[in-house]
Design a protein around this ligand. Structure first.
Ligand code: CMC
Length: 427
């Protein structure tokens, strides 16, 4: 059996044979298909990239039909049960889990870079008191670009690595500062004695106590959430990271762009939107009417549906059990009953079943965050902290690939043909 595809162009009767590699044909192999020599050649039209691979990647594997997610081959369930976010970030970046000394060095590197320049703090003070923390977060990440001008040298692997460490180390500090600004509390400096996630809780929630001790259950739950959000192959924000990175912009600029893509309610902003939706529904008896309104096209059921997962989102399963552990400490979030009823009704309803709409990672994460004391506006920022590891790994993969070119899609022009300029008085 030949690994090729034979294409017959019925416009000309000509046949073409193109190679098939990994169940994929190269779009450029279609360019030879022309009616006239002067033609541009055949293109594919795939808005929203429903069926187009934009890269070859070693990082994350998803089988959406079977509900499988693996980082560098490791199932997400195993990483969430046994791993930590810090070792997951190392795995995503380096391809292997760290051994004991590698992990110790990695932790030391991260804690060395956790502080923010004092001017960054001043920059953040400039935001209005009611500024959305995600707006603060993405602007501040972009502003880091001006603090590290060497980051422009994206061809230097050592410098690339340094920026990656800075980014993963500093995003919790930026997120915590954004939150403290949002609630009008003074900034808290990092505590090097605490874990990556424990220190983040310290920077968020420390009050007048001399030493902040995070609750171990909440610290672990947040760490698991960071693991679950760490990467998800070529989603909207990661594609933004790669697109911007392909112009050789520095990683702070690229990551700010990725965070902006994540902000939208169809992507990482969905967890915030879920909470607002559950609040609006208010109680279990209002769920059927809400489901009907969704079916009538009056809005989407936020936290449901996924471009890739068509059976279930494996992250949602882990989150549901994490929620139970968190509620034992914080008390049960009353909105969980609304969420469970919404899920029950939706999973029995033909509208959702026929469209293969299931709860995604964002459906339950907001309930956990809220129980832990976060304002819904912080939810996408929490997503961004975990995803910074994945964005960085994907950026590194892009730049270390010698075949990388600047991302530059084509279009089908459907506007007017050439016409002559009309002077203002004649329009
Ligand atoms: N509620 C109601 N109907 C929906 C929903 C939903 N959440 N999602 C999709 N549909 C319907 C949609 O109206 C369409 O129906 P029809 O065929 O009758 O026109 C059909 O399902 C297919 O939808 P689509 O928009 O073509 O699907 P997509 O793959 O382009 O969109 C999605 C994927 C995640 C953007 C979408 O399911 C959605 O908007 N979900 C709600 C937002 C959300 O929870 N996003 C988080 C995604 S997971 C975390 C992340 O990646 O950040």
């Amino acid at each position: 059996m030949a690994d090729t595809l034979t294409i017959t162009d019925n416009r000309t009767g000509k046949q073409y044979e193109v190679p098939v590699v990994d169940d994929t044909i190269r779009a450029m192999d279609l360019r030879q298909i022309k009616v006239r020599d002067e033609d541009f050649g055949l293109m594919t039209y795939d808005p929203a990239f429903l069926n187009t691979a934009s890269c070859r990647s070693n990082i994350t594997f998803i089988d959406g039909g079977k509900g499988i997610l693996r980082y560098r081959g490791y199932p997400i369930e195993q990483l969430a049960e046994h791993g930590t976010f810090v070792e997951t970030a190392y795995l995503l970046l380096d391809g292997e889990l760290p051994n004991e000394s590698e992990l110790a060095n990695w932790k030391a590197e991260l804690s060395q870079h956790v502080m923010l320049h004092e001017n960054i703090k001043k920059f953040m003070e400039g935001f209005r008191y009611d500024a959305h923390p995600m707006g603060i977060f993405l602007s501040t990440v972009g502003a880091l670009s001006t603090f590290y001008p060497m980051a422009k040298n994206v061809d230097d692997p050592t410098l690339r690595r340094r920026q990656t460490v800075r980014l993963i180390a500093k995003v919790p500090s930026i997120a915590a500062y954004a939150y403290r600004h949002h609630v009008g509390k003074p900034y808290v400096y990092p505590d090097g004695e605490l874990s990556y996630t424990g220190n983040f809780l310290n920077q968020l929630f420390k009050r007048t106590e001399s030493v902040y001790r995070p609750d171990p259950v909440l610290e672990r739950a947040l760490d698991v959430l960071f693991i679950l959000h760490a990467d998800h192959e070529q989603n909207c924000s990661t594609s933004a990271m790669r697109n911007i990175g392909s112009s050789n912009a520095d990683p702070y600029a690229a990551l700010a762009g990725a965070a902006a893509a994540l902000y939208g309610p169809r992507h990482g902003g969905a967890n915030e939107a879920v909470l607002r939706m559950l609040n609006k529904i208010g109680s279990v008896e209002h769920v059927p009417a809400f489901v009907e309104s969704v079916k009538n096209g009056e809005g989407r059921l936020m936290g449901f549906g996924h471009r890739v997962y068509k059976s279930y989102d494996p992250r949602a399963k882990v989150i549901k059990s994490t929620a139970e552990q968190v509620f034992k400490v914080t008390g049960r979030n009353p909105l969980i009953d609304v969420a469970l009823e919404l899920e029950r009704i939706a999973l029995e309803d033909d509208y959702f079943v026929s469209r293969k709409l299931y709860p995604n990672v964002d459906f339950y994460s907001g309930l956990i965050y809220q129980a832990m004391g976060f304002d819904p506006a912080m939810f996408p920022v929490l997503f961004a902290i975990g995803r910074t590891a994945g964005w960085s790994a994907q950026w590194e993969e892009l730049l270390s690939d010698p075949t990388t070119k600047i991302a530059r899609p084509r279009q089908i022009y459907v506007g007017p043909g050439q016409r002559d300029y009309v002077p203002l008085e004649r329009r």
